[in-house]
Design a protein around this ligand. Structure first.
Ligand code: PRP
Length: 207
């Protein structure tokens, strides 16, 4: 398809909000878009190809140029520092990164342990605070770590706050707010600028 744009979409909780935003911007996405198991979906009328990736991988596809554009959380962009341009704050999937732990507990004086899916963000944050910590990388269910004595604190996403509350944890500090961003491959941005500008304009109108 000539003039086709390939867009990497994050599977999971951001997906529906992102699809809704594209529809509000006037793009005609088929119903199969929402509950298909397909990983590549062509929408020929719009000259879009969507690839459905793990949220943490979206920027990787865009950096390597196999997707022109992607929708990625600011958390992932801060963690990975990929060679992509951030074009738009889509203002969806709002949440924030926080330091949390068991209530009324002090961090160990010597190399406190911090469990997180975001080792780079956590390391940079504690370095800025002048605290020496040991980072323990986990892939999910981060809130388990302080409950079973793996870590003194966690650095994780807080959305509704329900996971912290239901596990008896409290927030100690907010690190940064997080929303989803439209990102682009630098080469695609140069050679497909007309279509990309049109997409940005239509999204801007509904953000
Ligand atoms: C995320 C995050 C928290 C939770 C926060 O995990 O890591 O655990 O959501 O949401 P809440 O404030 O609304 O409770 P996710 O559900 O993506 O799963 P994971 O534990 O496998 O990372």
């Amino acid at each position: 398809m000539s003039g086709q744009l390939t867009i990497a979409m994050p599977k999971g909780r951001i997906f529906n909000e992102a699809a809704d935003l594209l529809r509000r911007a006037g793009f005609d996405l088929p119903p199969e878009f929402d509950d298909s198991r397909k990983l590549i979906i062509d929408v020929e009328e719009e000259k879009f190809r969507f690839i459905l990736a793990k949220p943490m991988d979206v920027a990787t596809y865009v950096e390597h140029g196999v997707a022109d554009l992607g929708i990625a959380g600011k958390d992932v962009l801060l963690e990975e520092e990929r060679d992509v341009y951030e074009l738009l704050d889509l203002k969806i999937s709002g949440c924030y990164l926080a330091v949390a732990g068991l209530p009324d507990t002090k961090m160990n004086d010597v190399a406190p342990k911090i469990a997180t899916k975001y080792p780079n963000i956590a390391a940079a944050y504690f370095r800025e605070q002048g605290e020496q910590v040991e980072i323990i990388k986990l892939n999910g269910s981060i809130e388990l770590a302080p409950l079973i004595g793996l870590a003194d604190r966690i650095v994780d996403i807080v959305s509704t706050g329900r996971t912290l509350k239901e596990n008896g944890l409290v927030e100690y500090e907010t690190i940064t707010t997080v929303t989803s961003r439209l990102i682009v491959n630098p080469v695609s941005y140069r050679i497909k600028d007309e279509r990309i500008s049109e997409l940005i304009k239509r999204l801007n109108d509904v953000i």
